[in-house]
Design a protein around this ligand. Structure first.
Ligand SMILES: Cc1cc2nc3c(=O)[nH]c(=O)nc-3n(C[C@H](O)[C@H](O)[C@H](O)COP(=O)(O)O)c2cc1C
Length: 214
């Protein structure tokens, strides 16, 4: 069993990393492996919506880590996305990264992989960022793992994060719950239920347009 940890902060060893490290250590204590991917400081281009991934099965931008993360996610039972809070949102690079990671996946491919977001801020904007990140999971049939508080730590330095005792405990409880759920899922042998046929209904109804045009 393995959980993928994604650090969306440009700081490799900063506050978000510190929160993810706490989680990785706790997962290990629970007998669950983890892999940490750092988005780092490279420019990450946003999704073009070109749809090439639908044919290729991968994003056309091949070398900035999105496709590698996609392969890693494929082999993982859960995903924990960490972000520093930038202007009450996820970092710009992480948003671009996740847009492409999630858009380039075939439908249903993430189904029943567990997801969780953790955010690090100095002072405010944590819950807005948390809500933003959770939306990637809830459109992808990924059950969201919760903790005993919204998954946030506060700090400007890693030392601040470690001093945020409630934040540290929130990360530990999240890791415990994630470990419990991935083990439970691995033990459950029933196949996933069949899904209804796909439907794509845009909010433009052609019959009404035709009616209006006469
Ligand atoms: C561009 C930018 C915007 C930021 N915006 C916020 C913010 O809206 N709210 C906040 O509390 N902290 C904000 N911060 C501070 C960081 O979110 C905070 O220090 C975080 O813990 C840093 O995590 P890191 O070390 O993993 O990068 C901002 C920092 C930067 C560089």
């Amino acid at each position: 069993m393995k959980v993928l940890l994604l650090n969306g902060s440009p700081n490799q060893n900063g506050c978000t990393y510190t929160a993810l490290r706490i989680i990785a250590d706790r997962l290990k204590e629970n007998g669950v492996d983890s892999t940490l991917i750092q988005i780092g400081r490279k420019p990450i281009v946003g999704c073009l919506g070109c749809g090439a991934c639908r044919k290729l099965g991968r994003c056309v931008y091949g070398d900035d880590g999105v496709n590698a993360a996609r392969d890693e996610l494929e082999a993982s039972d859960g995903l924990i996305v960490g972000s520093a809070v930038h202007y009450a949102s996820a970092t710009g690079a992480l948003t671009s990264f996740l847009d492409r990671l999630f858009f380039s996946r075939p439908n249903g491919c993430l189904r029943m992989k567990f997801g969780a977001a953790v955010v690090s801020c100095r002072r405010g904007g944590a819950t807005a960022t948390f809500d933003q990140l959770n939306k990637y999971f809830t459109i992808s049939q990924m059950p969201v793992v919760s903790s005993c508080y919204w998954n946030m730590v506060h700090g400007f330095t890693p030392e601040d994060v470690l001093a945020d005792k409630e934040g540290v405990r929130t990360m530990q409880v999240l890791a415990d719950n994630m470990a419990y759920l991935v083990k439970m899922r691995a033990a459950y042998k029933e196949p996933l239920p069949d899904l209804p046929a796909p439907q794509v209904t845009n909010f433009v109804r052609e019959d009404l347009l035709r009616e209006r045009e006469g």
